[in-house]
Design a protein around this ligand. Structure first.
Ligand SMILES: C[S@@+](CC[C@H](N)C(=O)[O-])C[C@H]1O[C@@H](n2cnc3c(N)ncnc32)[C@H](O)[C@@H]1O
Length: 407
């Protein structure tokens, strides 16, 4: 027979665990809601224009004949839609598809086109919708084709849009929903600023479908285990205009703790973010610019922290030298070098090879880089027993070629 004490114990265990599980689920959904709220910041036209035009300088036909899909964009509000619609003919687009997400707080604000605040304010806000442009013609007959023609076209052609229903798993307009994945499969190029909290999933979808893309993300995404190997293997790289400070439009209730990162112009609130990167697999000129370098001897004579030192330091545990800044990468060293993550913005695949990262060494992916006599930790490169910051491990592209010719 089961004793009463055991039953009571079991009961209290269920209660406690049930409570814990409920609390965990609640915490998870609270943090997902918090992340979703943080995802709500909007890219400025100028930032999109600057980036896209850099690809045109490299290849005028980058977008010609292409179906461009902006899959995290409220068509009536997004500057991605506005830029591609306004430049439809200049870029030579075949089609522009834009889908908005059911739940987007800016849907219906109509910052581009009045449509959704027109009338007595009682008009139903749009749920998720897809807007498809096949051409942009001079609708108003003023001799030019621009965004006012797009506005007129959308007013006259209700068929250019359709509601997105979702699929039972994902809501309408979710980039992962069946309808949106179909649109993605039909597109040549995905261009957007996706929700950062879903960045890994977003990139995975692009890779699975072998799509060309130009998207905004955080620098920290570079180091995550789903993204770094893509960068290492040249399946994805940084775009042109990275880092620095970029201002994004936000809703009035967007919480900005630091005063200097906030500004309000004409009643519109902006938030400045650092370390924002463009991620792409479109080729551009900057990634083929050679990084100018000094020799080891020159660096030891002239460069910042190295000045006056006898040599570069080799890690205690890795077969590699520490190079604290990309500026101090020596031109004449053929071994592996540990450089900060910021190197990626200077990475020219003709000049360098990315071997891996300290994280990958820790994962056991590069046993050849571990010193034979080392018995300690591998989580980072150590110097004089001290753990260094996160590092990417690189070498000159020629090192491999030289090694092969010597053999
Ligand atoms: C960082 S904002 C950028 C918006 C717009 N692309 C821009 O740059 O102005 C990310 C957008 O993705 C939308 N979003 C959030 N989750 C989404 C999902 N699962 N699928 C599609 N869009 C989503 C949000 O509503 C938000 O508008």
């Amino acid at each position: 027979m089961v004793e009463l004490g055991s039953l009571l114990w079991l009961h209290s265990l269920i209660l406690t665990n049930g409570y814990r599980m409920a609390k965990k689920t609640l915490n998870q959904s609270l943090s997902a809601a918090k992340a979703a709220k943080k995802d709500e910041f909007y890219t400025q036209y100028i930032d999109i224009q600057k980036e896209v035009e850099a690809y045109l300088e490299y290849d005028m036909d980058t977008f010609r004949g292409k179906v461009v899909y902006c899959n995290c964009d409220d068509p009536f509000e997004s500057n991605f839609f506005k830029y591609f619609a306004a430049n439809f003919n200049k870029l030579g687009l075949k089609r522009l598809v834009t889908t908005s997400y059911d739940g987007s707080p800016i849907a219906g604000r109509g910052t581009l086109f009045e449509e959704y605040h027109a009338g007595n304010g009682k008009r139903r806000k749009p749920k998720a919708l897809a807007v498809v442009l096949e051409h942009v013609k001079d609708e108003d007959g003023d001799g030019a084709t621009d965004i006012t023609d797009v506005e007129l076209f959308l007013k006259r052609n209700k068929a250019a849009r359709r509601a997105l229903k979702g699929d039972g798993t994902y809501p309408g307009g979710d980039f992962r929903s069946r309808e949106c994945v179909e649109l993605l499969k039909d597109a040549d190029l995905i261009v957007t600023n996706p929700p950062f909290s879903l960045f890994r999933e977003f990139v995975a979808l692009l890779m699975e479908n072998d799509k060309k893309f130009l998207v905004i993300g955080n620098q920290s995404a570079l180091t995550v285990s789903e993204i770094f190997p893509l960068v290492r293997d040249n399946k994805m790289w940084l775009g042109v205009d990275n880092g620095g400070t970029k201002w994004f439009e936000v809703n009035d209730d967007y919480d900005i703790k630091t005063e200097s990162r906030k500004k309000v112009i004409d009643g519109t609130k902006y938030f400045s973010m650092g370390s924002i990167m463009w991620y792409t697999n479109l080729d551009h000129g900057r990634r083929h610019q050679k990084l100018p370098l000094m020799t080891m001897a020159e660096n030891l004579k002239f460069a910042g922290k190295l000045k006056g030192k006898k040599s570069y330091e080799e890690y205690d545990n890795y077969r590699a030298i520490e190079v604290g800044t990309y500026k101090a990468i020596p031109s004449d060293f053929d071994g592996v070098m540990g450089v900060p993550i910021t190197f990626i913005d200077k990475y020219n695949p003709d000049q360098f090879e990315i071997v891996g990262s300290d994280y990958e060494v820790k994962q056991g992916l590069h046993p050849e880089l571990v010193k034979d006599d080392w018995t300690g930790k591998l989580d980072r490169g150590y110097l004089g027993g001290k753990r260094k910051f996160a590092r990417i491990l690189i070498r000159h592209r020629r090192s491999r070629i030289m090694k092969r010719t010597k053999q």
